[in-house]
Design a protein around this ligand. Structure first.
Ligand SMILES: [Ca+2]
Ligand SMILES: [Ca+2]
Length: 482
């Protein structure tokens, strides 16, 4: 499905029920409110977290859950997850202490969206203000549920036109729920009132095409003024209050998947390397393969050429108008992207509060860059972990790489993002191993835990608990001492 125009974005706002005002969001010291916890940093203040655990050890509670890619979030009372389960869009709330299912609510998709098979409508992670939870299903829209699972409001969306499927998760800045919809045409960032779903502001992202990243706030504390978006080639800063743009710098990769992280005045980002062999001109491709002579390369014509036989799964990526053919303009976008050198692991020095200085890219390395995993910054070090488990540690202040090494000699398949708590880093892999590492330039593997099932969700670390979602289970692990 392709949309010629998505400028209308959200459809009608419906079903605004009478609300009891809920206290404004506070610091939430003991929650894990959104994708990768506090401001998406991946860094928890939790202590007493175990290093060794698994299905048979360290289990505080566990539950069977349907498979989907979204990550668990933890509010004051509940652990929330979403799933697409047998055609239904599902929100599940578990008692944080006992694991008991508190409630389950489900929705029927409003439409179908063509997306990459690894993805589904429940790939974005919810956000909680501690009590209520806000979810985004890419075949439905935004839903706000209170702590009892009662619907507060809903906001249908129109289909988002991006190749892999909507992946940017919602976030909260005070009373504003912020959502990023980057797509082939008609990208936008929108702020909604947390309590009513009413649109507070909307910013069209002209010239910005698809991305899959979740924004972060800056400064990272409760007084955030800016929301920062790493999109295709651009890092944009907007006012949290009005959506007005503050500044933008380019130099980032096309179609980024890995989300940015902010700490200590630095932003870390990673863009995937799209570069293939030296690209041919569209004319040259037509000359070889345009069998019907219509000046377009159909999917069949394209993959009929030996050089492009492996392209089938990604053919739609370039097919902006959805006619199952590539024209010269569509190819040009792929061509440009595949020749860019604007990718890799990137460190940006951000202007201090109240400063007129320009943000500046202070470090970049195209080797071993993460494709999926969000970087992490802590104690002056930046950590970038490639999907194959090669970890690069950078000294943020002087922009020097201090170490690059493999987490596992056995190989690794990492889609989830690293998280840190109690002085340990946790890496959940698609292979079912959950690695636990010490930190710093001298990091070492402390434990390799076999969870027995693939993990694509990023764990949540709160109050002596590690909440891990596998393809079939949600676990709360602890040391047994709390
Ligand atoms: Ca043709
Ligand atoms: Ca086309």
């Amino acid at each position: 499905m392709r949309q010629n125009s998505l400028r209308s974005g959200f459809a009608l706002l419906v079903a605004v029920t009478t609300l009891t005002p809920v206290a404004a969001v506070d610091a939430q010291e003991s929650s894990w409110a959104r994708f990768r916890g506090p401001n998406g940093s991946g860094v928890s203040n939790a202590s007493d977290l175990p290093a060794e655990f698994g299905p048979e050890s360290g289990v505080v509670w566990s539950q069977s859950v349907p498979d989907s890619k979204s990550s668990p979030v933890v509010g004051d009372r509940h652990v929330f997850i979403t799933a697409e389960d047998e055609g239904e869009l599902v929100v599940l709330a578990f008692d944080r202490d006992t694991g008991e299912l508190a409630w389950r609510t489900s929705y029927t998709p409003s439409f179908e969206v063509e997306m990459f098979p690894d993805n589904n409508a429940a790939s974005t992670t919810p956000v909680t203000d501690g009590e209520n939870v806000f979810v985004l299903f890419s075949t439905f829209g935004v839903i706000a549920l209170d702590g009892e699972g009662e619907e507060m409001w809903r906001l249908p969306i129109e289909p988002i036109d991006n190749f892999y499927g909507q992946s940017a998760s919602p976030l909260l800045a005070g009373d504003t729920l912020i959502l990023l919809f980057d797509q082939r045409q008609g990208s936008y960032l929108v702020g909604l009132d947390r309590l009513t779903g009413a649109e507070t502001w909307r910013r069209e992202r002209v010239g910005r095409v698809e991305s899959y990243t979740t924004p972060v706030l800056y400064p990272p504390g409760g007084d955030a003024e800016q929301v920062m978006v790493v999109g295709s080639t651009w890092l944009d800063s907007y006012s949290v209050e009005t959506g007005e743009p503050f500044w933008a710098i380019d130099g980032f990769g096309y179609w980024p998947i890995s989300s940015p992280a902010v700490a200590d005045g630095y932003l870390l980002a990673a863009g995937p390397d799209q570069a293939g062999p030296e690209p041919e001109t569209f004319e040259a491709i037509l000359a070889q393969g345009d069998a019907d002579g219509d000046g377009l390369m159909s999917r069949a014509e394209m993959i009929g050429l030996e050089r492009y036989a492996g392209l089938e799964a990604h053919f739609s990526f370039g097919d902006v108008d959805g006619d199952d053919s590539w024209n010269a303009d569509e190819y040009a976008e792929v061509f440009v992207a595949s020749t860019t050198d604007q990718f890799g692991s990137i460190v940006v020095k951000l202007p201090g509060e109240g400063s007129d200085a320009e943000p500046e890219i202070t470090w970049r390395d195209v080797r071993a860059a993460p494709y999926h995993a969000t970087p992490l910054a802590l104690d002056g070090h930046g950590y970038f972990i490639a999907d194959n488990g090669i970890m690069t540690v950078v000294d943020l202040a002087n922009g020097e790489m201090v170490r690059r090494d493999r987490v596992s000699r056995a190989g690794m398949n990492l889609s989830a993002s690293p998280v840190v708590g109690d002085g340990k880093m946790y890496l959940a892999t698609a292979g079912g191993e959950l690695y636990v590492l010490s930190l710093g330039a001298d990091w070492e593997v402390l434990a390799t835990n076999d969870l027995g099932e693939p993990m694509f969700a990023t764990p949540a670390l709160v109050d002596g608990r590690i909440f891990v979602r596998t393809s079939g289970h949600l676990y709360a692990f602890g040391t047994g001492s709390n």
